[in-house]
Ligand binder design. Structure first.
Ligand SMILES: Nc1ncnc2c1ncn2[C@@H]1O[C@H](COP(=O)(O)OP(=O)(O)OP(=O)(O)O)[C@@H](O)[C@H]1O
Length: 576
């Protein structure tokens, strides 16, 4: 089980030490006092006061910065999605804070080190680690992993579960810090940077590194905790009067500034909704979809991830306005509340397992070996913890997952004790797979036998007189042709959708389950059912019906498509 709780985004500030590119510096321009910060405007006649969760002065070390967020990494290891991002004007120290250098490593290398360290200390569970790495350049998403000769541009799509996903994203398993570093460092070099007047190595793109964690209890492999850490180095906001940008840099700069402006609009909309006290009913439209960045940050902003924003400040007088803007962004972000899903210790939901490394990675073959699958769509990954923007975990769903999805859908409880009694400790994954398959198959068979007789009658009650359902109340599902099963499922789904649109999740769920009996291989339907179940359990934060609301844009797609798509495969099979 999991529970949900509200938690505001944490906001830290880090002041960079002076640098020759800063020009004139007013020693009174930015003052850090404990967790308070006072900034002067450029003219020096107006003071702005801000209180943040943590302020790091110019003398703060990388270690101190990391120590201040270490608890979040520990929570991620317990299954909590986590997003940490650096924000600030160009040259303010975002990349230094997030990445650092070999001699002075930043958050990313320290986080990876801490995770592998925790893994080596785990006594009763096994931790598997994988990562993806993308950049957003001029509002396009590029996969930084993978072979250079392959196309790297990726789309973002809305999954049928309502999450933003990146189809074909490479998820790279990793077995050691060294293995991670070889691949990650090579990929980081391909991130777009360029020299500007303010920063000789200015990031021209937003970079998102996602670490996927899967902790499996050794004594009970069905107890799995999934965590995800997104570490985001945003490109800096820019004033082209200072940067001396040429035409190409200007174009990049404009895309960077636009996406950061939309980020600000998203935060504003979330705050307006929070002020109204209700984000779900008739609130202000949150423009996540206006940029790729905000689509991918959706889970971190008003979603289910715990979030930390680190605002970086440059001390030069010419940055006074940027400093105040950055601090104002921090101030408004602080009031954005996320709804965290916190797994408890007994969680046994089986989710999307990480891909396995089948061969050892060689140091110079990092991009050629993709033990991680490249898939074109999410295949029913675990929704509670997989919804973070990149959120999107297009990983392979193993047979175990599929079977246990079926288990849920058919309402068959595979008792944990039963599995334990069968002595699965020490089994290989394959043996475990086979064992679970057997248990689920037996239980599903029993459930199906019980429910067959009632399904047709119940469907008839949903829409009396529907021609497709009339006259054969006693017909077994198995006696129907694929087309007939498909037609029946369609009718039931269309009623389920109406109930869903009316917000009657419980009834909708029961009808979707009935429809699923007719089309048990239908993945979309299976995902929809799981989604509603999670929603009813309070694991998924909101599961809104697709009916258009006045004054709000609606998200198109997943429900509208459901009846259609859900019926596709059986019909195709029937014809072939
Ligand atoms: N805390 C710090 N201590 C020492 N040097 C720093 C610190 N922060 C930043 N620097 C140095 O300042 C320069 C600019 O920093 P960095 O590249 O991290 O800025 P940025 O905000 O990522 O810029 P951009 O948005 O242009 O990519 C770099 O040379 C970096 O090493």
């Amino acid at each position: 089980m999991t529970r949900t709780t509200s938690k505001a985004i944490s906001c830290h500030v880090r002041l960079r030490p002076p640098h020759p590119s800063d020009g004139k510096i007013n020693p009174e321009g930015i003052k850090v006092e404990g967790n308070n910060i006072v900034a002067l405007n450029k003219e020096g006649d107006k003071k702005y006061h801000f209180e943040l969760d943590r302020c790091h002065s110019a003398s703060s070390t990388q270690e101190e910065v990391f120590d201040s967020l270490r608890p979040m990494i520990e929570q991620a290891l317990s299954g909590q999605n986590t997003t940490i991002f650096t924000y600030g004007v160009t040259g303010s120290g975002k990349t230094h804070t997030m990445q650092g250098s070999a001699l002075d490593p930043g958050i990313i290398p320290r986080t990876v080190q801490a995770i592998f360290q925790s893994r080596s200390e785990m006594r009763s569970s096994t931790l598997r680690i994988a990562f993806s790495y993308v950049e957003i350049l001029k509002d396009e998403v590029y996969d930084l992993l993978g072979d250079r000769s392959e196309p790297r541009k990726r789309d973002i799509r809305m999954s049928s579960e309502g999450h933003n996903i990146i189809p074909d994203l490479i998820i790279q398993p990793s077995n050691s810090v060294q293995e991670f570093s070889e691949i990650y460092n090579a990929a980081a070099k391909t991130r777009k940077t360029a020299s500007t007047k303010l920063n000789s190595s200015s990031s021209r793109s937003h970079a998102i590194l996602t670490l996927y964690l899967e902790a499996r209890d050794d004594a009970n492999p069905l107890q799995v905790k999934y965590g995800k850490i997104c570490l985001i180095d945003l490109a800096g906001s820019e004033n082209n009067n200072h940067t001396g940008n040429d035409k190409e840099r200007m174009r990049e700069s404009s895309a960077i500034n636009t996406s950061l402006t939309i980020l600000g609009k998203v935060v504003d909309a979330l705050n307006m909704n929070a002020e109204k006290g209700n984000t779900d009913k008739g609130g202000v439209f949150v423009p996540y979809r206006e940029s790729k960045l905000t689509r991918l940050l959706q889970d971190a902003l008003g979603g289910t991830s715990q979030g930390l924003l680190i605002c970086c400040l440059a001390p030069g007088e010419k940055f006074a306005r940027d400093t105040i803007n950055t601090l104002q962004f921090a101030k408004k972000s602080k009031s954005v509340e996320n709804r965290l899903t916190i797994p408890d210790n007994n969680s046994r939901r089986v989710s999307v397992p990480l891909p396995r490394v089948t061969k050892p990675l060689s140091s110079n073959a990092s991009f050629k070996i993709h033990a991680g699958p490249r898939q074109s769509a999410p295949t029913g990954g675990r929704m509670a913890l997989s919804s973070l923007s990149t959120n999107t975990r297009p990983m392979r769903v193993t047979n175990v997952k599929k079977r246990l999805d079926k288990e849920n859908i058919a309402g068959v409880a595979v008792k944990q004790e039963t599995v334990q009694e069968m002595g699965i400790k020490g089994m290989t994954d394959e043996q475990l797979d086979q064992r679970i398959q057997k248990i689920v198959a037996q239980q599903m068979e029993r459930e199906k036998e019980k429910s067959n007789a009632s399904i047709v009658v119940q469907a008839e009650e949903i829409k009396p007189g529907a021609s497709t359902l009339s006259g054969d109340n006693n017909t077994s599902i198995y006696a129907l042709s694929p087309e007939e099963r498909d037609t029946r499922a369609r009718v039931i789904v269309s009623h389920a959708r109406k109930l869903h649109q009316n917000g009657d999740l419980q009834q909708a769920l029961s009808l979707y389950r009935k429809a699923y009996e007719y089309v048990p291989s239908n993945k979309k339907l299976s995902i929809r059912i799981t989604e509603i179940e999670l929603s009813l359990e309070g694991i998924l934060p909101t599961l809104q019906h697709d009916a258009p609301r006045s004054g709000m844009k609606r998200s198109h797609g997943h429900l509208d498509n459901l009846a259609e798509v859900s019926m596709e495969s059986p019909l195709k099979r029937g014809r072939s």
